[in-house]
Ligand binder design. Structure first.
Ligand code: KG4
Ligand code: ZN
Length: 347
């Protein structure tokens, strides 16, 4: 089976073609960062309008790159939620329209299931069951993934997501939007130990996170800088912020491995692109005899290839949407079921 997949839940428009025999045949992406930069964050209405313009050309280029015509396709997957409702509706409406014209079934995919399954595209995919650390701009979760579609939430953030801690701190440091990668680059030049930021909730049992206090710590550190402070001083703050977030994520992930007895750890979502986090997780897991798996760097952040993986698993099992246009701004991950446990989804 070969499918087309669309992603449009936030500020990336993307299309991909995945074949169950030949693997990923094409993926095309347009990032709207330039559009939103002036506002310092994603403007939902601008995002929706831009998806409307970008998605169809991306579909054409992905199909061309994959040397695929609509008659080669067995279905269309698209991100049905969670995300910005207007942005989701553009992908959902396009998927339904193309599917009606081409006589194909569609499947609405959970965006986080996409992130969780992205490492299945790699040559050495993770085994099930495994522990997943999902760290993005909107989520920070530890999940026991028993099988595709069988997810148990072990812990999540009580306030800001890890990506938000990076993005908000980056803003306070005067870095351009989106801040996470800029802050990580600045942190490379920072000295360790100049600032000590709190490791939120580390001293308490459990697998919950809390990152909202860190931006206050960054704010105080920025305000305390002398008037002639330069790039190197800001780099020290960036380093301390990154260390605090990474330390917390690593410690809770190791605690979750300990509590579940699992020995495979998947790291996914945009913050999973952070190199210090990757290195530290590998080192800590190795000491426990556990292995870490992650998607290639470009599939850590939003993309349609990961939506294709989740969509193909479900379409191939005979699962598909009803005739309506599906989009959910909120959609709890643990309401998902394994492929084909529900065959026909209501609109
Ligand atoms: O998964 P994603 O593309 O979108 C969501 O679904 O949220 O994640 C985006 C988040 C942003 O907060 C971004 O700043 C962060 O991932 N991010 C990073 C890095 N690359 C992206 N954070 C820290 N270090 C990075 N290298
Ligand atoms: Zn995402």
């Amino acid at each position: 089976m070969r499918i087309l997949a669309l992603e449009s839940s936030c500020d990336e428009s993307a299309a991909a073609v995945l074949d169950d025999q030949r693997g990923l045949l094409a993926h095309a992406l347009f990032s709207q960062v330039d559009l939103h930069r002036a506002y310092g964050g994603v403007v939902p209405e601008l995002a929706s309008r831009d998806h409307v313009q970008r998605l169809l050309p991306l579909v054409h280029s992905a199909l061309a790159e994959a040397d695929t015509t609509p008659s080669d396709l067995g279905g269309i997957a698209y991100t049905a939620g969670p995300g910005l409702i207007g942005a989701l509706l553009t992908g959902s409406a396009l998927a339904r329209s193309l599917a009606t014209a081409w006589g194909l079934p569609t499947i609405g995919v959970h965006h986080l299931e996409g992130h969780l399954l992205a490492p299945l595209l790699e040559p050495d995919p993770p085994p099930f069951p495994h522990l997943a650390l999902l760290v993005s701009g909107g989520h920070t979760m530890l999940i026991e993934a028993r099988a595709i579609g069988d997810y148990r939430l072990l812990g999540e953030t009580r306030d800001d997501a890890a990506g938000e801690a990076f993005d908000k701190s980056a803003k306070l440091l005067g870095l351009p939007y989106p801040g996470g990668p800029h802050l990580a680059r600045l942190a490379e030049r920072g000295r360790a130990g100049v600032h000590e930021f709190p490791r939120p909730m580390l001293d308490r049992p459990g697998l919950e996170f809390s990152f909202s206090g860190l931006k206050t710590a960054v704010l105080h550190a920025v305000r305390a800088l002398p008037a002639d402070a330069g790039e190197a001083d800001r780099a020290d703050i960036a380093r301390a912020l990154e260390e605090a977030v990474v330390d917390t994520l690593v410690a809770k992930a190791m605690r979750a491995l300990e509590e579940t007895g699992l020995d495979a750890l998947v790291v996914s979502g945009g913050v999973g692109a952070n190199l210090r986090l990757r290195e530290r997780l590998h080192a800590a897991a190795r000491r426990r005899g556990a292995r870490v798996y992650h998607p290639r760097l470009e599939f850590c952040t939003d993309n349609a290839a990961m939506i294709a993986v989740a969509g193909l698993a479900r379409l191939a099992a005979g699962e598909h949407d009803g005739p309506g246009i599906r989009a959910r701004a909120r959609w709890p991950l643990d309401t998902l079921r394994p492929p084909a446990a529900v065959r026909d989804h209501a609109p």
